[in-house]
Design a protein around this ligand. Structure first.
Ligand code: NAD
Ligand code: ZN
Ligand code: ZN
Length: 351
């Protein structure tokens, strides 16, 4: 949900001001010249299960290779919602949730070379150092620098954000439910000055995750059949990816029929609620598709749906991609026979 009106941006207005002048005036409208510590507001989670509190926070200046960003928009990913009451987060509280956002660079620390004050950026919860063997391999995307995200800190053992004298953690080293954040330079991607930040924020997670799962992980082929289980922001983005790849039939599956209209708008050719059938949905698919669906996507985060999606795949060449986040280290209960003639089950993070 967006928090601020998107400024209207044109290359040059009649008074001769450029887009960059406009962005800079937007940055400093309520702050004056580059302040050392910025006092602003954030939605803070003090303990798992508690409501988010709007608090005044102090955001210190960025250190070397860090940038301070004025947030303009943030999405709310299913992962944020799920983790609001995750007991494992207790040792990282107080924490600012949110990891799919866009903003404008307010100031940069020493040695920052890829962005400057006034640049519009997308926040990346998967950093890209560009140097590690993961970043240098086009088949991988989990940069070695991601280790910090497990501690929900931007830098080793420290945070630039404090509230009531306490260190504030940033969810997956991002924390976009805040007016300002400090983040590593490798965790922002510069976008065009004319990008609509309120729309671009979902590229930070939901859109990249779904679209990339279809294109990069499943490698959906032209003329193929696809089934998407779960039609939240991520599932809808899978549909867009399947359509872009030229799939012939895109079947959207959800137990909430309210999601069907949007699914059709973005490219679903059919919508199915498993509760409307007497038979298990995998059997419905086997009948419908002569051997099963070419590509299935699990986008609900339920272990049972993983088994259902895999069983709905074509028995020989079907590919099933798990996108939904399952409970930490949960075990999947899958009949080994499903793999006998060649089905593939794989995971995918951030597309
Ligand atoms: P969302 O809550 O908006 O959407 C989930 C949808 O699944 C809902 O429409 C719900 O009605 C539907 N659903 C629930 N149970 C179902 C069932 N048994 N059968 C069919 N449909 C069912 O969530 P979202 O933001 O779209 O995220 C989806 C999942 O993806 C979450 O688990 C989230 O944590 C995960 N996620 C993973 C990655 C990644 O990189 N792998 C990134 C982002 C989100
Ligand atoms: Zn997410
Ligand atoms: Zn890297």
């Amino acid at each position: 949900e967006s928090r601020k009106e998107e400024p209207e941006i044109e290359d040059k207005d009649p008074s001769g001001h450029t887009t960059r002048d406009f962005l800079l005036s937007f940055l400093y409208e309520d702050l004056g010249e580059t302040p050392i510590v910025i006092k602003c507001k954030a939605a803070v989670l003090w303990e798992p299960g508690a409501p988010l509190n709007i608090e005044e926070i102090d955001v210190a200046p960025p250190k070397a290779k860090e940038v301070r960003v004025k947030m303009v928009a943030t999405g709310i990913c299913g992962t944020d919602i799920k983790n609001l009451d995750n007991k494992n987060l207790a040792r990282f509280c107080p924490i600012i949730m949110g990891h799919e956002g866009t903003g404008i660079v307010e100031s940069v620390g020493e040695g920052v070379s890829t962005v400057k004050t006034g640049d519009k950026v997308i926040i990346l919860c998967l950093p890209q150092c560009g140097k590690c063997n993961t970043c240098l391999n086009s088949k991988n995307n989990i940069c070695k620098e991601v280790r910090l995200s497990k501690t929900h800190l931007v830098s080793e053992g420290n945070s630039r954000i404090t509230c009531k004298g306490k260190i504030v953690y940033q969810y997956i080293s991002t924390g976009t439910f805040s007016e300002y954040i400090v983040i590593k330079e490798i965790s922002v991607a510069k976008v065009d000055d004319n990008a609509l930040l309120e729309k671009a924020c979902i590229i930070g997670c939901g859109f990249a995750t779904g679209f990339g799962a279809a294109i990069n992980s499943a490698k959906v082929s032209p003329g193929s059949t696809c089934a998407i289980f779960g039609l939240g922001g991520v599932g809808l983005s899978v549909i867009i990816g399947c359509k872009a790849a030229g799939a012939a039939r895109i079947i959207a599956v959800d137990i909430n029929k309210d999601r069907f209209a949007k699914a059709k708008t973005v490219g679903a050719t059919e919508c199915i609620d498993p509760q409307d059938f007497e038979k298990p949905i995998q059997e419905v698919f086997l009948d419908m598709m002569d051997g099963g669906v070419d590509f299935c996507f699990e986008v609900t985060g339920n272990p049972e749906t993983v088994a259902t999606a895999l069983a709905s795949c074509h028995k020989d060449h079907g590919v099933c991609v798990i996108i939904g986040s399952l409970a930490f280290w949960s075990q999947l209960n899958i009949n080994s026979q499903l793999f006998l003639s060649g089905r593939t089950l794989k995971g995918s993070v951030l597309g």
